[in-house]
Ligand binder design. Structure first.
Ligand code: AHG
Ligand code: MN
Ligand code: MN
Length: 339
């Protein structure tokens, strides 16, 4: 859907309804579900943007650790609870999975269940919360595939190529909601004065090749030889291929991915000696961003195969991730094939 005159000022709610008509079954469940997510995004955005004022209440650690052994930030908990409460009640979900919950989240009887399932990273980039660097929420939506009313963990372990929608909300200098329902990628910027997300990035396309690479080079000595050689290749001078590439690493996947989507290049979280499957989780970080990257004309890979084809065998499974411009991801795969 490319921008045209009547699209200017199109709200996210209107866009979802149009997408719903064109792609998802026109029952209104799909748009109802996405609408709840955008409401959660507005609530979390407000909390983050006032966090500095009530620092002791909102910033800092919650004093607990999550399933990954990571210190939970108060805003992690706030975001997780906000989304769970809103989405459990919407009546469109059969089950949910969250980075912050070891087990799947079932839907209480009184709310009724629907035909979709949701995976989410309620707040990505937690280590950046207290230093006022942009962070975000990532979500992924599938159709329920298990028999019976209630969802099961099987519904949350589907390969990324079965997603019906995926998106993220980036809480930065402005709050931007980016999503795909399988019909291209579209971005909406929150106008806080009216409380609406308005179309700002219609039909987003990632450049076929970029000149930026994004990886935590602190792990360099833990990488495979192929991974090391690829990054050394990017640092060499060669005008014809735009090298040396610029190095940019924010440390919030949502922000590093959003920049890669807009400017091209490659984001990597490789496997290394400490983390043989890398760090990012397939279900609620890699698969949703892979869907978006592919819909925008880019690519997402484990370094060996498409990230969209991997079927998780557990809810919090990690995979190595190479995502961004197609030519850059394919170049990385060439170097990794030498391993
Ligand atoms: P989360 O805050 O949801 O746990 O995710 C953090 C992830 C991701 O946002 C980022 O790309 C990565 O952690 C950064 O990891 P390093 O600090 O190891 O580079
Ligand atoms: Mn994350
Ligand atoms: Mn998180």
């Amino acid at each position: 859907m490319s921008e045209n005159k009547e699209q200017t000022g199109l709200t996210l709610t209107q866009h979802i309804r149009l997408e719903q008509r064109a792609f998802a079954s026109a029952t209104g469940e799909f748009s109802g579900l996405l609408h709840e997510i955008l409401v959660a995004g507005k609530i979390i955005s407000r909390e983050i943007n006032t966090a500095g004022l009530e620092a002791e209440l909102v910033l800092g650690v919650a004093g607990t650790t999550n399933v990954h052994g990571e210190e939970v930030q108060k805003l992690d908990e706030y975001s997780n609870n906000t989304i769970i409460q809103l989405l459990q009640r919407c009546g469109h979900l059969a089950i949910m999975g969250s980075e912050e919950n070891e087990e799947p989240i079932h839907i209480p009887e009184q709310y009724g269940t629907g035909k979709y399932v949701l995976l989410m990273d309620p707040l990505d980039g937690s280590s950046n919360i207290d230093v006022n660097v942009s962070i975000g929420t990532i979500f992924s939506i599938y159709k329920k595939v298990s028999p019976g009313e209630k969802g099961s963990v099987e519904d949350l372990l589907q390969p990324g190529n079965q997603q019906v929608a995926a998106g993220y909300i980036i809480y930065g200098s402005s709050t931007v909601f980016v999503y795909t329902a399988g019909n291209g990628v579209h971005g909406f910027t929150l106008d806080p004065s009216v409380g609406e997300f308005l179309l700002s990035h219609p039909d987003m396309k990632i450049p076929n090749k970029g000149t930026i690479y994004s990886v935590n080079e602190g792990n360099f000595n833990l990488w495979s030889e192929g991974q090391k050689k690829y990054v050394e290749y990017l640092r060499e001078s060669d005008k014809a291929t735009g090298r040396p590439y610029k190095a940019r690493y924010i440390g919030s996947f949502v922000s590093d991915f959003h920049r890669t989507l807009l400017k091209g290049g490659i984001f990597m979280y490789p496997a290394d000696e400490k983390a043989p499957n890398g760090k990012l989780r397939l279900g609620y970080e890699c698969a949703p961003m892979a869907f978006i990257a592919e819909q925008a004309g880019g690519k997402a890979s484990t370094g060996k195969e498409s990230a969209m084809d991997i079927k998780a065998d557990k809810l919090h499974q990690r995979i190595p991730l190479y995502i961004g411009s197609t030519e850059d991801v394919e170049m990385a795969e060439k170097f990794l094939a030498e391993d």
